[in-house]
Design a binder for this molecule. Structure first.
Ligand code: ZN
Length: 240
């Protein structure tokens, strides 16, 4: 199976469309949460994912947008965007989001948004955090999102080795336990403004990262019309 692995789409429809066009042909879409929040087209993003029969999990923004997580824990810009999103969601979108679990196991992979021990809030951004999580899932590989940074933490004996996709953008998945992050479709934060996504091949057991251009100005214009926070509009230009 060829699986498009997407995370942190954040209501960014042009980025999602560009990513899917780049990853085709695929047999399935797996998404790792934060489908909505920040971006201006939450209903359109969910409708596209639903029509593609995407599977996956919920993130902190998704839970907050359906009223199942207190918005007090978010920073001001994130909270403002969530409150805007809550007012925008239609019934179909709300039902689709509310149906997502915090954790799934698909084809021998664990899927969570944050970390296996705390799917809602924990960011896996350091070796120490990866080490604390590496035995907290029952499959060999765990797909995570939330940091908006494409990155792998892989067990090597007693060590945890970080690996970043760059010139080499593909790895082989073997018996070593790993936490694998595809990066963010809708709001990258690693200094590269292009959308980030991953293609997982479960027969070859490979994971390949892609960076994909999309019309950022289109999204920014919609965000301005919706009066979403200026800082959120600006950060898409920088990928930070
Ligand atoms: Zn996110």
């Amino acid at each position: 199976m060829r699986i498009a692995v997407l995370s942190d789409i954040h209501g960014n429809l042009p980025a999602l469309e560009a990513v899917l066009a780049s990853l085709r042909p695929y047999d399935a879409i797996w998404q790792l949460g934060d489908v909505v929040g920040y971006g201006p087209q939450p209903n359109e993003v969910v409708a596209l994912l639903a029509s593609e029969k995407a599977l996956g999990v919920r993130g902190n923004h998704d839970s907050a947008a359906v009223g199942e997580l207190d918005t007090d824990a978010f920073n001001d810009d994130a909270r403002a965007a969530i409150e805007w999103t809550m007012g925008e969601l239609n019934n179909d979108t709300r039902a689709w989001l509310a149906n997502l679990k915090r954790r799934e196991e698909l084809e021998g992979f664990t899927l969570v948004h944050g970390s296996p021990r705390d799917p809602t809030w924990e960011y896996v951004y350091a070796v120490s955090i990866a080490r604390a999580n590496i035995n907290r899932f029952s499959t060999t590989h765990c797909l995570v999102g939330h940091t908006h940074v494409p990155l792998v933490y892989r067990q090597a004996g007693s060590k945890i080795e970080p690996w970043l996709p760059g010139k080499v953008s593909q790895i082989e998945l073997d018996e070593r336990r790993a936490l694998i992050n595809p990066g963010s479709v809708g709001q990258p934060r690693d200094g590269d403004r292009r959308a980030s996504a991953m293609l997982l091949d479960t027969e070859q057991m490979t994971a390949e990262w892609r960076r994909i251009e999309y019309p950022i100005e289109t999204v920014q214009k919609l965000m301005q019309q919706a009066r979403l926070p200026k800082r959120l509009v600006a950060r898409l230009s920088h990928g930070l």
